[in-house]
Design a protein around this ligand. Structure first.
Ligand code: FES
Length: 88
């Protein structure tokens, strides 16, 4: 969990995966996932919750290292689109 967690803890079943957009920060991924790099190589994930960098500044990408705070990353708190683009 990144520092400064504002209490985002959606209730989900253990086998359900959720991705939560953290305000001006990472994507928080809870639940089982198969994470791979651009070459298709598996990135081992052995935590129940991971934070994926959204600002592009982390030194441990794809994971968040908290650098977004120092970089002043601002992405807004709300989703701008509530569906998959192109699906109506
Ligand atoms: S979102 Fe945290 S370092 Fe990029």
């Amino acid at each position: 969990m990144p520092p400064g967690n504002r209490g985002y803890q959606p209730a989900v079943a253990n086998d359900e995966t959720t991705i939560t957009v953290y305000p001006d920060g990472p994507y928080l991924v809870r639940g089982p996932i198969d994470l791979r790099d651009a070459d298709g190589q598996t990135i081992r994930v052995d935590r129940p919750v991971i934070a994926l960098c959204r600002c592009g500044k982390s030194l441990i990408r794809p994971f968040c290292d908290g650098t977004h705070k120092h970089a002043g990353f601002k992405a807004g708190d709300k989703a701008e689109h509530r569906g998959v683009p192109g699906n109506g």
